[in-house]
Design a binder for this molecule. Structure first.
Ligand code: ADP
Ligand code: ADP
Length: 224
């Protein structure tokens, strides 16, 4: 089953009178249960592709269906719904809400879906405990280490059982021990059936997944 089916994506930025083609005919399929990385150097178009695959931005042309939905035909409201229900996002900078505690951050996607507070609290606590954070439930992000913050972000991303985990440089702000922990968690989540797509410039990260595709100058390659 195809989770991501992107065909001939093109993204062109207008820079004054100049056109910059940042994605050039990118086609990509990600299947249910895949553990995949898109590997490319800085400036290759990774963020642009991530934003499109994450339904945060639209391509200039091409086709994109996510879990069978035609993303390019969706309204703004439907796109917001797709982002919230279908995708769990994990970012380099964690993007936790600073005033909320760890457990409150993890509850948010559930509250958004109308799960009752008490139930959301129980589920969030359970997830954080599984990720080794039972002693950090009521800490705010700035009271946690980078590795702990990323585990909170992972808990938040998976709490609603999304079709796709989309991770943008998930280890970019972590020391090597915490990076290894995060990659081990991704491996376990994949073994449990989660579909994971990591976008990274880090070869060591990419070497730990099952399938690597390469991006260079806005083009996708299956091999180097
Ligand atoms: P990466 O994430 O691999 O570093 P990006 O997708 O951020 O690559 O950028 C790819 C290229 O597109 C770079 O040359 C960047 O300067 C350019 N770019 C990215 N976003 C914009 C934008 N909004 N307007 C113009 N150029 C952009
Ligand atoms: P990354 O750390 O992923 O490489 P960048 O620092 O290149 O990200 O870009 C940060 C943000 O600025 C991105 O959202 C990107 O779309 C935008 N951006 C990058 N290059 C340009 C550019 N030349 N003109 C306008 N926006 C840009």
């Amino acid at each position: 089953k195809c989770v991501i089916d992107a065909q001939q994506l093109v993204k062109i930025y207008q820079n004054g009178s100049e056109e910059l083609k940042v994605l050039d005919d990118v086609s990509l399929q990600v299947f249910k249960g895949d553990f995949m990385a898109i590997l490319g150097p800085s400036g290759s178009g990774k963020s642009t592709l991530m934003n499109i695959l994450g339904c945060l931005d639209l391509p200039s042309s091409g086709q994109y269906s996510l879990d069978g939905l035609d993303v390019l035909k969706a309204s703004e409201n439907e796109l917001a719904e797709i982002r919230n229900i279908k995708i769990g996002f994990i970012f380099q900078k964690f993007n936790l809400l600073p005033r909320l505690t760890a457990v409150q951050n993890v509850m948010l996607p559930l509250l958004y879906r109308g799960v009752k507070e008490e139930e959301a609290l129980g589920l969030a606590r359970e997830k954080l405990t599984l990720l080794g954070l039972e002693a950090r439930l009521h800490h705010r992000p700035n009271e946690l280490s980078g590795g702990q913050q990323q585990r909170v972000a992972i808990a938040r991303a998976i709490i609603g059982n999304p079709q796709l985990l989309l991770a943008d440089e998930p280890t970019g702000n972590l020391d090597s021990k915490s990076s290894e922990d995060a990659m081990r968690i991704f491996k376990e989540l994949n073994a449990q059936g989660n579909t994971i797509l990591i976008i990274t410039h880090d070869t060591e990260v990419a070497e730990q997944v099952d399938k690597i595709v390469y991006i260079r100058d806005g083009k996708i390659y299956e091999n180097h």
